[in-house]
Design a protein around this ligand. Structure first.
Ligand code: 3HC
Length: 701
């Protein structure tokens, strides 16, 4: 397509940056797949490109454009934590802004983080309508460190800047244009030609070199008004709890308003350096890569054929079955829900409708969306209604006999090739699969409650599950917006298996000397949304409890016997007021003291450190056993399970990452100490011992 003349005017600056000439307009094109991250090579190429265009008197304007699917998606995250390479991004951005020729950024795809900062240093910005912009740094425990916190408020005002940098969310090109980030929208697919035409116009009209750093009109009204920032902090305190980066972002925006540009940049640089070398950002960057790694299964290649899933069947219209059904309806798949009793089916369907309607009321979907989704859902009282489903997920009561009976029946009803999944949270998937003549088509799909909200999906691989079936389940997980983690069969798989030692220790600590609110406070302060006892009150203490079989041997059993069954009865481990606010209970304290005495335990003062170590290190140890047994593919998968299914604070990277951050040798030493004092529950896993002695981490396995 290129004419000979055009080809002649192309110069390759380095393997990823090319400089082309179209008359008086130079086009700098970066092609560094997959997402044009601003790696050292890209930065070098950009600096050299600008040097050449500046030096060339024939060039009157420069278009900055990226090949492939996106404009720069940000700094190269994999470079963080390594020795810095020059030119760094702030230097590149300064060089672009200081160009003597107007530089026009041509945005498509996702212009994120350092990518958007680069665009903000250009003198003009164009975007195709499908382009998106954002500053996702906060999600990596960072702040925009190449002038973004200083330039953005000058373009959009501090209020919007605060929202953008602390949420990390993306906005559309249109919204960016309305806010003043983007100067003009150009036709989809027209880049770079439309940008070249725009550049010609800039030259012809002799338009100025518009520098964002010089703007003041959007920030001057906020100058000397600290309440704007304090109110924002207060309004978001809950959301930001425990995170360091949001506050640092706010401080930078505040500086943009109150300080001269260069001083603001200095503060931004200093705070960025602090964050990037800190523990939280290391953890959040680990999570970024872990979330992408989780889809990669060593023995199942990306090109493994998947089975078509056009229709889904769900058995059980309870909380789990209903939530699971919503996921598929949201993705546009027809779902048949089977229940045993008409009232239960009716109830289940109306709960789903209510959920959708409440979403619509919040403005997050339209009334038509609600109807469209409800139309995709069909109720039935007959299992044979599932005969034409490609995937059937059983979500009934957690009872092996019932599940076995259902799978026996399903095997006779489901069409050949259909995938049969169980949503069991603990039971042996191999045993369930063995009830069918097609164990290779059986697997676990373990959703987390509320299943339409929680991102985690544990895909449980049975010993006979076919690779295509696993690939299909993983792909479907992605389609319905989950983060799917492949795990093996064991009691409780990854998530619930690791919950057990934490729960065990929480219960023991209470009998040995702590109170439930002590344990809860320590875990809440660690970053969990709530502690195990508050969580138990929320879920209901009588799950799996019955008066007939209650032995009154645990605090929980005694509470249930006294009809303190959690929040729903207004009392459990805590007392609850009319606003469901929890208060420590004197009665519960007495129950605990009595039970300790009855068991002959001499209570003692227990430090917060001990609470944390026993609850959390025992999880790290269990995680190590899970790895050792091959139940999880890699330690970062375990981290993903705990972050997305159990509220592990993302800024602590997941239990396995946290164990490494503490130091495996230290974890091991504490486990040995507790083993000696408290018993074999703390026996360190062989893998942990080996890694600690070799000075290695889980990630190096
Ligand atoms: N640096 C390094 N690698 C990156 C990257 C980045 N900024 N962004 C994406 N990648 C890698 C991913 O790890 C993945 O690698 P893999 O194929 O080996 O797993 C590959 O690129 C493709 O990424 P996705 O699978 O995420 O592709 P999607 O199409 O789903 O999403 C995206 C594309 C929206 C650009 C998404 O990748 C994304 O959100 N990237 C991160 C954006 C970001 O956080 N930018 C800010 C960086 S920090 C910064 O700029 C600091 C500055 O202020 C100084």
């Amino acid at each position: 397509m290129d004419t000979a003349a055009e080809a002649a005017s192309r110069t390759r600056i380095n393997p990823v940056v090319e400089l082309a000439r179209d008359g008086e307009v130079a086009v700098l094109t970066v092609d560094s797949p997959p997402v044009n991250a601003l790696s050292a090579q890209v930065r070098e190429g950009l600096v050299e490109g600008i040097r050449q265009t500046d030096a060339d008197p024939a060039v009157k304007a420069v278009v900055l454009h990226c090949a492939g699917r996106t404009f720069f998606a940000g700094a190269d995250i994999s470079e963080f934590g390594k020795p810095p390479k020059h030119p760094n991004l702030p230097e590149v951005v300064d060089i672009i802004e200081a160009s003597t020729k107007p530089v026009i950024a041509a945005l498509h795809g996702t212009a994120l983080g350092g990518g958007l900062e680069t665009a903000l240093a250009c003198h003009y910005r164009l975007a195709v309508p499908s382009a998106k912009c954002g500053f996702p740094e906060v999600k990596l425990g960072l702040l925009p460190g190449a002038g973004g916190t200083q330039r953005l408020p000058r373009l959009v005002g501090p209020e919007r800047a605060l929202d953008l940098v602390t949420s990390g969310s993306q906005i559309s090109a249109k919204a960016a244009q309305e806010m003043g980030i983007v100067d003009e929208l150009v036709e989809e697919g027209s880049l770079p030609a439309s940008a070249i035409a725009f550049a010609r116009k800039v030259v012809a009209e002799n338009r100025p070199l518009k520098k964002v750093r010089d703007l003041d009109d959007k920030i001057e009204a906020a100058r000397g008004r600290p309440e704007i920032f304090d109110d924002f902090r207060k309004a978001n305190a809950r959301k930001f709890r425990g995170f360091q980066a949001p506050e640092y972002n706010i401080r930078c925006v505040e500086a943009a308003v109150n300080l001269p540009f260069d001083e603001g940049i200095r503060l931004e640089r200093q705070l960025f350096q602090e964050l990037v070398s800190g523990e939280q950002s290391a953890a959040q960057r680990h999570v970024f890569f872990a979330e992408r790694q989780v889809w990669k299964i060593p023995d199942i290649s990306d090109d493994t054929p998947t089975l078509p899933v056009k229709k889904v069947g769900i058995i059980g219209a309870g909380t789990m079955g209903g939530g699971i059904s919503m996921n598929f309806a949201n993705a546009g798949l027809p779902v048949t829900i089977v229940e045993a009793k008409p009232e239960a089916l009716e109830r289940g369907l109306s709960v789903i409708r209510r959920n959708y309607e409440s979403t619509a009321k919040k403005g997050r979907m339209t009334a038509e969306d609600v109807e469209r989704r409800m139309e995709l859902l069909t109720g039935s009282l007959d299992l044979s209604a599932l005969a034409d489903c490609d995937l059937i997920i059983e979500a009934v009561f957690e009872n092996m006999a019932i599940k076995k009976e259902i799978f026996t029946k399903l095997d006779a009803i489901a069409k050949p090739g259909a995938i049969l999944a169980t949503n069991t949270s603990y039971l042996n998937v191999n045993e369930i699969a063995a009830m069918t003549k097609r164990p290779e088509h059986v697997l676990g799909m373990h959703f987390f409650s509320p299943a339409n909200v929680m991102r985690l999906l544990e895909v449980v691989r049975g010993e006979k599950t076919d690779k295509r079936v696993i690939a299909t389940a993983m792909q479907l997980g992605r389609k319905i917006g989950k983060i799917a983690v492949l795990v093996g069969v064991c009691h409780g798989f990854v998530g619930n298996r690791m919950l057990e030692p934490r729960q065990r220790e929480a219960n023991r600590l209470v009998l040995e000397g702590a109170m439930p609110w002590d344990v809860d406070r320590v875990l809440y302060d660690f970053g969990f949304p709530m502690g195990p006892f508050a969580m138990a009150d929320l879920a209901g203490l009588d799950i799996g409890w019955s008066r007939e079989t209650s032995k009154g041997e645990t605090v929980r059993e005694i509470l249930c016997e006294q009809d303190r069954r959690g929040q729903k009865t207004g009392a459990g481990f805590y007392d609850y007021d009319e606003n469901r606010k929890a208060k420590p209970s004197g009665l519960v304290e007495q129950i605990i003291l009595d039970l300790s005495a009855k068991k002959g335990i001499t209570r003692r003062a227990i430090s917060d450190q001990e609470i944390l170590e026993r609850c959390v290190y025992s999880m790290v140890n269990e995680g190590a056993k899970i790895l050792e047994e091959g139940i999880a593919i890699r330690s970062s998968d375990i981290d993903i399970v705990w972050i997305n299914g159990y509220g592990w604070p993302v800024y602590r990277g997941g239990p396995m990452f946290y164990g490494e951050q503490v130091g495996l040798a230290k974890v091991l030493e504490r486990l040995r100490d507790y083993e000696a004092k408290l018993g074999p529950e703390f026996k360190p896993s062989a893998l942990l011992e080996r890694l600690a002695s070799e000075g290695r981490g889980f990630r190096e396995l």
